[in-house]
Design a protein around this ligand. Structure first.
Ligand code: GTP
Ligand code: MG
Length: 584
């Protein structure tokens, strides 16, 4: 479905045009019909020549009802701008266009109405020039008369062409349905309506309501006046909610896919368009169908921090606009840069922040977020609107690679320092290390501990023989004593038996990092690998098995599996003629 919002000055013929195109009455209220004026949003739809459906959100043109207009256009990606041939460009023509520009609406069409009353030429030329200077750019125009029906076939064709240009919605996106209307249907309960811009809704879905703790459940869905089991974006949709009192939901609320949005009351944004230098300290932020008072704190030349009077489900990249309700003035567009900005406590923090914001453009940027946040949960990023496509370092924690490496180095330093300060303790308690590194979770410490460090009994230390069961520890100490000065000699099978090192004991020692197992009954001390590489690197390259065996002062029984292990670890490489080289 193609959804388009009208825009234009009061009485220029928006509703008449929608009525003529759809045969439906967009002015729903008796008062609107009595006064001949749209007050609130109207909804109507029809089939286009291509067979596709267009749904209109018809907005009021009167200056008093601009907030209603903004609630209608907020979630809609395309606009039908209406200018009367006999009146031409007027104040709300300009204010509505400024709103569309601030929201970054890029798809539009100009209809010059009341063409039976005056030559549409001058109004068309002026309007096209005004529109060309905005996010809409060059748009097609059609002269029409809602009275005689002249130009309507051309307008339908133009709507079809526009519909074909609007990018398709992402159906896998989370749902954020901005409510533009809520009412009660006898026997069914609360119904809310909105423009579904992305994602999919199904009967039975559980959804969150921004600002409420309890989830709501979808009891029924309607689109284009018909009940449906499922509605996919883009669509006008009416959602019947189970067991939800009507006063819980109204315009400006949003129905959300659970767990996919934060409630944001502090955002750093870029002002788009031509921001006034002296922005008032309080303004109204319009986003989706919501309008919320905000306090404005200037940061850089075109960046500000907004404190919202009520939290909203915002994402990085969202477009919104700031309006001064007192002065009837769209103060500018807003692009959300950061929905979880750091506090500005220190002196100079605002200037530093402004500098950071110059590098942001509102496009979600995973690498940049990681660089700035260093360590962050994947879910937190997703809820900011930043897609996550890298693996976590532990649990659902993501880390900036440089920061993570630095943390790894700090682990080594801290553990060494602790060992110096506490020579009698078998390693540094994991939690003490966690606190030293200011890490939020133990799992992160565990992921940072690499050989030769290891965690044993809640402490981080180098593999310690003392931590082994006493008989195994005694055996390992004897191996050290006997083989320490000829590290590539392995105890023969019968010697292992003498030492009390059966398969179980060897397994225990290997797991603790106190022995290195080459084959079932060939074991070395754990530092033998590094030592072997050093010796082999001193040989003329490439070297043969026999040269290696002699240099290591060992037997084939050890040399063959030792070299194979080094091959597997990538420390040596075996050449086609069975000679090897040390990989540097
Ligand atoms: N002659 C003529 N009259 C028109 C045409 N379109 C609208 N009108 C008249 O202009 C008046 C205003 O039309 P509406 O359609 O209510 O205008 P609107 O833009 O919806 O006004 P708001 O919703 O209040 O902003 C009505 O009296 C219409 O009958 C047209 O093409 N030709
Ligand atoms: Mg109207």
């Amino acid at each position: 479905m193609f959804v388009v919002a009208t825009a234009g000055h009061v009485d220029h013929g928006k509703s008449t045009l929608v009525r003529a195109l759809t045969g439906m009455e967009p002015d729903r209220w008796a008062e609107e019909r009595r006064r001949g004026m749209t007050i609130d949003l109207g909804f109507a739809w029809t089939t286009l020549p291509s067979g596709g459906t267009v749904a209109f959100v018809d907005v009021p043109g009167h200056e008093r009802f601009v907030p209603n207009m903004l609630a209608g256009v907020g979630p809609v990606p395309a606009a039908l701008i209406v200018v009367a041939a006999d009146e031409g460009w007027m104040p709300q023509s300009a204010e509505h266009l400024a709103a569309l520009d601030a929201l970054g609406v890029a798809y539009g069409l100009l209809a010059v109405t009341r063409a039976d009353l005056a030559d549409p030429g001058p109004a068309t030329a002026r309007a096209l020039a005004e529109i060309a200077a905005t996010s809409l750019g060059a748009v097609p125009s059609v002269a029409v008369s809602g009275l005689t029906g002249a130009g309507l076939p051309e307008l339908r064709t133009a709507l079809d062409h526009l519909a074909a240009r609007v990018p398709a919605a992402v159906v896998d996106d989370p749902v954020r349905l901005w409510v533009d209307r809520s009412f009660t249907v006898r026997g069914s309960g609360t119904v809310v309506t909105g423009t579904l811009g992305g994602g999919r809704l199904r009967v039975g879905d559980e959804l969150e309501v921004a600002g409420a703790d309890e989830p709501v459940r979808v009891r029924g869905l309607h689109s284009l006046g018909e009940a449906r089991p499922e509605v996919t974006a883009v669509a006008r949709v009416a959602v019947n909610l189970r067991g939800t009192p009507r006063d819980r939901l109204g315009r400006g609320d949003a129905l959300l896919t659970p767990g996919r949005f934060h409630r944001i009351d502090l955002v750093d944004v870029r002002l788009t368009g031509d921001p006034a230098a002296d922005l008032p300290a309080t303004l109204t932020l319009h986003v989706g169908s919501a309008a919320v008072p905000v306090r404005v704190r200037p940061l850089g030349t075109d960046t500000v921090r907004l404190r919202l009077a009520r939290p909203l489900p915002l994402l990085v990249g969202d477009r919104a606009l700031l309006r001064d309700p007192g002065r009837h003035h769209v103060s500018g567009g807003v692009r959300v840069l950061d929905v979880a900005p750091p506090p500005l406590a220190r002196r100079g923090a605002a200037a530093a922040r402004a500098q950071v914001l110059t590098e942001l453009d509102g496009r979600p940027d995973l690498a940049g977020e990681l660089r700035r946040r260093r360590l962050v949960r994947a879910g937190a990023l997703t809820r900011m609107g930043v897609p996550v496509h890298t693996a976590p370092v532990a649990g659902d924690w993501l880390a900036d690679p440089v920061h993570w490496q630095r943390l790894g180095e700090q682990v080594t330093e801290e553990v060494a320092r602790y060992a110096r300060d506490h020579p009698l303790e078998p390693g540094m308690p994991v939690d003490a290390l966690r606190q030293r590194l200011a890490l939020p979770e133990r799992a992160l410490v565990e992921a940072l501990v690499r050989p030769p460090l290891r965690i044993h009994a809640g402490r981080v230390g180098t593999a310690s023989v003392d931590a082994l069961p006493e008989p195994v520890a005694r055996a390992v100490r004897r191996v050290r004593a006997e083989y320490g000065d000829r590290p590539f000699r392995a105890p023969e099978a019968d010697r292992l038996v003498d030492l009390g090192l059966g398969p179980r004991e060897i397994g225990t020692a290997v797991r603790a990092g106190a022995l290195l197992r080459l084959t079932d009954n060939v074991v070395l001390l754990p530092d033998a690998l590094d030592g072997a590489v050093r010796v082999l690197a001193g040989l003329p390259q490439p070297f043969t098995l026999s040269a290696a065996r002699q240099a290591l002062d060992t037997t084939r029984r050890v040399a063959v599996p030792l070299l194979e292990l080094l091959d597997r670890r990538g420390a040596t490489r075996r050449l086609p003629d069975d000679a090897r080289i040390v990989v540097t």
